[in-house]
Design a protein around this ligand. Sequence first.
Ligand SMILES: [Fe+2]
Ligand SMILES: [Fe+2]
Length: 196
Amino acid sequence: MKHSSLQTIHDEHASLAAMLRSMRALVDGGPGDCPQQYFDVLRAMLFYIDEFPERLHHTKETRLLFPNVARVAPELQELIARLDRDHHNGEKAVRELQHLLLAWELLGESRMPAFVAACQRYLDFYLEHMQLEETVILPAAERLLAEEDWRVLDAAFKENADPLSGKYPANPAYDRLFTRILLKVRNPPQQHDDAP
Ligand SMILES: [Fe+2]
Ligand SMILES: [Fe+2]
């Protein structure tokens, strides 16, 4: 792949998609005999989404990638407007999930269905969002953007250094968080037949 920003975006999508699939396996499997670990890991995953992709990945797509693609591929403007709305709503959606999870943890089982339903909706929405970027937006960008556009994009995305991708030196500030998440992403839990 020619442009480093494109590679960075692909890498970030891949690590985020792996984590979202792992989150789905966790949610489908339920807390089982280890509720504390279950809530800890889900909380860490939601915090990560709020901390990294919401702040660095989506904002740069909205600010730098989408306007350039919309300029050179006007037929994609409608889709880009939708993806932009997704970015705009994403932060609120992940905060709501954090609240729903906390409600289940602190207030008990009666609050579980609301979290599970919202989480499944969120995972579908997020995976579809990235799929559209991967299959429509990025190929159009690769085909149509000029070298000058790529210089700006490459410089901006180089600063991201997503700690979950495993491609960058460890940042001690994230160590504790990612130890929890990576254990689950690399060793996804088996689904339990007695899932709630
Ligand atoms: Fe996006
Ligand atoms: Fe993206």
